[in-house]
Design a protein around this ligand. Structure first.
Ligand code: SAM
Length: 470
């Protein structure tokens, strides 16, 4: 039996638009859970993932072209396509960010986008799927340990137009007027996740709501100068509390000179549009939508300072002709430029090399573009990020593994059989790269990153290596 919902929370919600106390309490006691994923359009088509997930049935999330509800929760841990970054397991309500972005921006243009509170990366990977290839996403997380998870998820998603940073919101002052879009998915009191995480109920307090509300204002005020005039702010929380939702929206309009952008909502979705002093917010009540509790609002900055010219003090170090030859086959280079930091080679979008240098200078960058590998004498040792980038050169051998071998690979164990050929190969499952291995005459060196390996035993081991059930 779950803890009852906090009475002070229920009292505070009286009068909130769309709040139906009986239905709200009932849905929290129902034990009903919703599972949803968002596919990576850079790696897989919806039909392919639907076939792969069978017999699990899928249904589209109405507010995201990439979102799918699943009729039951499969074991994602033992699905190699999950580890290949073909989809992200994400709560459906959060995917509404897509509608705000579509409404407020021209996504065909080149945009500078900041995801300020980004870890573990749900919304960042979503933003990356929505912006153009010519755009830049700066995905930031202030807490160091969480920056690593964010980086892993960005690498898994692939693509080269993301820079991961580890900065306090205040540090973005150094980039005044730089961003066209800023997403602040703020740390909050978390009541919206009570159905999924009932243990959080005990931690809720009115005091914490007040503290969160103050912190949200501080985060927004600190980062605000980095948004250009006319730029778009998307603010969201997973809290039901007015003090963290509509009241923050109202404060943004009054104190930071922002205007509300109305986001269209499709009939029948159950999303509730709330209004306070002419500004609009979008509420997701779990008894009305198929998803968890969530709040989002979208605003445009009315005034402020345009981006100022900042001198780049250090240009990147480009590879020499000899080094380029060493790396030539590894990457489908397209519009990327190869640069190095000590002996590590990165691919950066060529047209954005100055912008990336500027970010390196002004922020604490943890990851940028695609990390290709390490130069060692006359060779390059490939990096895991390259394997997952979706841009490995066509000449590199892919070894197709069956399910049992793919799981053994992801557990960093020996493979059941040594694949033909020798040297570096991409371990792949159903055509999707999982990582690197170095094939020797009678064994395989498994280069799957130790920190990412599956630690659990595979329940399907020994049930036949061609088993495909999840
Ligand atoms: N956007 C993420 C996603 O979709 O996967 C979830 C973000 S979570 C709601 C809020 C994030 O804000 C956490 O990663 C947390 O570490 C970070 N955070 C905590 N305190 C912060 C602060 N003072 N300033 C900025 N971010 C903070």
């Amino acid at each position: 039996m779950n803890l009852p919902l906090p009475a002070a929370l229920l009292d505070s919600l009286a009068g909130s638009k769309g709040y139906d106390p009986d239905a709200f309490i009932a849905v929290h006691g129902s034990g009903r859970q919703v599972t949803s994923i968002r596919i990576n359009p850079g790696k897989i088509a919806t039909e392919e993932i639907q076939r792969h997930l069978e017999p699990v049935h899928t249904e589209p999330v109405p507010w995201s072209r990439y979102g799918l509800y699943l009729s039951e929760r499969p074991s994602f841990t033992f699905d190699p396509l999950f580890h290949a970054g073909t989809y992200y397991v994400q709560e459906a309500s959060s995917m509404f960010v897509e509608q705000a972005l579509i409404k407020a921006c021209d996504l065909a243009t080149s945009l500078h986008v900041l995801d300020l509170c980004a870890a573990p990366g749900g919304k960042s990977t979503h933003l990356q799927s929505l912006i153009s290839k010519e755009s830049l996403l700066v995905s930031n997380e202030v807490i160091r340990a969480r920056t690593n998870i964010l980086k892993d998820n960005i690498i898994k998603w692939g693509g080269g137009n993301v820079v991961v940073t580890h900065n306090d919101p205040k540090d973005f002052e150094a980039l005044e007027g730089f961003f066209d879009v800023m997403l602040v998915d703020a740390p909050c009191s978390g009541s919206g996740l009570f159905r999924r995480e009932p243990e959080a109920i005990a931690e809720w307090s009115e005091q914490n709501v007040a503290l969160c509300s103050q912190r949200q204002q501080r985060i927004l005020a600190d980062a605000w100068p980095a948004l250009k005039p006319g730029g778009v702010l998307i603010y969201s929380t997973c809290s039901y509390s007015n003090a963290e939702d509509e009241q923050i929206l109202d404060w943004l309009c009054k104190e930071l000179d922002a205007e509300s952008v109305r986001v269209p909502i499709q009939d029948g979705t159950g999303i509730i549009e709330s209004e306070l002093n002419g500004a609009y917010g979008y509420r997701f009540w779990p008894d009305k939508v198929k998803g968890e509790g969530f709040f989002l609002c979208c605003l445009r900055k009315k005034s402020g300072t345009e981006a100022q010219y900042i001198k780049i003090r250090k240009k990147p170090t480009y590879l020499t002709a000899a080094e380029k030859t060493m790396t030539a086959n590894w990457l489908d280079i397209g519009d990327m430029a190869l640069i190095k930091h000590e002996q590590t080679v990165y691919a950066w979008p060529e047209a954005m090399a100055d912008v990336y240098s500027l970010l390196m200078q002004q922020l604490r960058v943890s990851y940028s573009g695609i990390r290709l590998g390490e130069l060692m004498r006359d060779k390059m040792v490939p990096d895991h990020a390259l394997a997952l980038s979706g841009r490995v050169g066509a000449g590199i051998v892919r070894a197709e593994l069956d399910k049992a071998a793919a799981i053994a690979y992801l557990q960093r164990k020996d493979l059941p059989e040594v694949p033909p050929g020798k040297g570096w190969q991409l371990a792949a499952y159903q055509g999707h790269p999982l990582g690197w291995m170095n094939v020797l005459p009678n064994r395989v060196n498994n280069y799957y990153p130790r920190d990412l390996r599956i630690l659990k035993d595979f329940p399907g081991a020994g049930t036949g290596k061609n088993s495909t059930s999840l």
